[in-house]
Design a binder for this molecule. Structure first.
Ligand code: PLP
Length: 377
């Protein structure tokens, strides 16, 4: 599914040098290596502030806390994402309110958000937290209106979307704040857990800096209730090295996605509609979006049987995500039930992520597509 060693080998020396410098300086927590990464990230994403932290999950919480989202307030997000997109809202003390997804992009539907905002759960909503799922930005033309017209804070969950764009603006610079994850499987990845908050607001940036460090601006003077959510020096050093390569890696992912498209089309396996009947429905790059293909996710008939068929041929695949968040045991308290978000529920039954990473070879993709062709026949 993913061979991280292929990325690591060519930059092995550079990474070891960078890690050596951390040892030389003994700057293990925040410090110069994290600061250097933050500067380079600001430049690459074209944002005023980029603030390193301990994980994508903490980045989401920091963004919400910096925007002063807390008890008595609600935040709208998607039921079709990783658990952290919802759990961070609860951790901030607020209430998650869910809206269904767009079945083509799999992203939160702006129209569904509108309906929720005008309904009974919409009253206490202060923020919207859309997720740029699989490496593709949500329809920002629509989402920016929630800020402009309704005065809501819009926070991007950009965990899967380093380098993605909407109308040439990079993810991270679209909303009031954004959260990135550098979990090792992400397009831009650390050698452990790490995350980043971005914002163009000086005031928000100042709050994130305090919050990631126990609410301190001055040592041992705690102004607000923060947490330990700092990035460590080794991660800053690794990420600074990888930042030089990420544009090329994302290009390689785009090329791999185009190859999959061509291979499926050549074999007549792809279907034009939204849902699969006999063939597979391929993922689409939406107008305005520049997709960075964190995942290449098809919809397939008899998805679970297909996954087993591929596994028997030693072809990796994954389901992101098999259980929508409103049906998760831990989130029962939100009061949703099966049937509340039919598109998210259907996606959970049909999606299958195929291997995609920058170093994936064409012959490997041919093997994947040939196996799917055999299954469908
Ligand atoms: C959409 C989304 N949000 C949040 C996270 C949380 O990031 P992390 O694993 O770095 O805490 C992830 C990644 O795992 C994610 O995919």
């Amino acid at each position: 599914m993913l061979d991280l060693k292929r990325q690591y080998r060519p930059i092995h020396d550079e990474l070891l040098d960078a890690l050596g410098r951390v040892l030389e300086t003994q700057q293990f927590i925040l410090g110069e290596h994290v600061a250097a990464f933050e500067c380079a990230a600001e430049e690459q994403l074209r944002v005023r502030h980029a603030l390193g932290c301990s994980s994508g999950t903490d980045a989401l919480w920091l963004a919400l806390a910096a925007a002063e989202i807390g008890p008595g307030m609600s935040v709208v997000t998607t039921p079709f994402s990783f658990f952290a997109s919802v759990s961070c809202i609860l951790r901030a003390g607020a209430t998650p309110v869910l809206a269904d997804i767009d079945p083509v992009s799999f992203n939160l539907s702006a129209a569904a958000v509108e309906t929720v905002l005008d309904g009974p759960r919409g009253r206490g909503v202060r923020a919207i937290l859309p997720v740029h799922l699989y490496g593709q930005c949500v329809d920002w033309t629509a989402f920016s209106r929630f800020g402009l017209e309704r005065g809501l804070t819009v926070i991007e969950d950009a965990a899967q979307a380093w380098g993605a764009e909407w109308n040439r603006v990079k993810a991270g610079g679209l909303g009031d704040l954004a959260a990135f994850s550098f979990y090792p499987t992400k397009n831009l990845s650390a050698a452990g857990d790490a995350g980043l908050v971005t914002t163009n607001s000086d005031e928000m940036a100042e709050r994130v800096k305090m919050l990631r460090q126990h609410g301190m601006r001055r040592r041992y003077h705690h102004e607000v209730l923060g947490w330990n959510a700092r990035m460590d020096g080794f991660q800053g050093a690794v990420l600074t090295v990888k930042l030089k390569y990420i544009a090329g890696w994302n290009e390689a992912r785009r090329a791999a996605a185009a190859r999959y498209h061509a291979l499926f089309a050549k074999d007549g396996l792809s279907e034009p509609g939204t849902y699969p009947e006999h063939g597979v429905v391929l993922p689409r790059e939406m107008p305005g979006a520049r997709h960075v293909w964190h995942q290449y996710v098809i919809r397939a008939p008899r998805r679970d049987a297909l996954r087993e068929f591929l596994a028997a041929r030693k072809i990796g695949s994954e389901i992101y995500y098999p259980i929508p968040l409103h049906l998760q045991e831990a989130l029962k308290g939100l009061g949703y039930a099966e049937g509340d978000f039919p598109e998210a529920e259907r996606a959970a039954r049909e999606v299958l992520a195929l291997p995609i990473f920058p170093e994936l070879r064409e012959d490997e993709q041919q093997t994947v597509v040939a196996a799917i062709a055999e299954f469908l026949s």
